[in-house]
Structures are given as C-alpha cells and as structure tokens.
Design a protein around this ligand. Structure first.
Ligand code: SF4
Ligand code: SF4
Length: 57
C-alpha cells in the first residue's frame, strides 16, 4: 500500500519531496501530497519528516 501524508500534521517543509526517488511527492494546495501511482514504498520520506506525519496505509 502507498504511503500517505496526514495533512493536519504536515508543515510543508519539503524534506520528503527532496528524498523521494520517484518524485511521487509534490506540494499541494495546503500540504504536501503523495501520488499513489508513483510511490514504490521505499520509506525514505518517513525517515526525514520532522512531524512523523507520513504513514503507510
Ligand atoms: S515511500 Fe518512497 S517512493 Fe513513496 S513517497 Fe515516500 S520516498 Fe517516495
Ligand atoms: S517532510 Fe513531513 S512535514 Fe515536511 S513536507 Fe513532507 S510530509 Fe510535510
């Protein structure tokens, strides 16, 4: 299952997008979002998120 970002916790720091190997993460309207079609579940984004708001569904 793809990783998802909790919009209530995301502070839009952009760290996750920088480390994503497939460029699945982009800046959304009010927080960052993960394109489920591109996510390969590598887990890299979860290790850099300062608010631990990225989880695997
Ligand atoms: S788990 Fe990996 S591929 Fe999926 S969004 Fe995070 S960094 Fe990108
Ligand atoms: S690393 Fe976490 S807080 Fe920063 S943009 Fe990504 S999901 Fe949001």
């Amino acid at each position: 299952m793809p990783h998802v970002i909790d919009g209530n916790e995301c502070i839009s720091c952009g760290s996750c997008a920088e480390v994503c190997p497939t460029e699945a993460i982009s800046e959304g309207e009010s927080y960052y979002i993960i394109d489920a079609e591109l996510c390969i579940d590598c887990g890299s984004c979860t290790t850099v998120c300062p608010t631990d708001c990225i989880t695997q569904e």
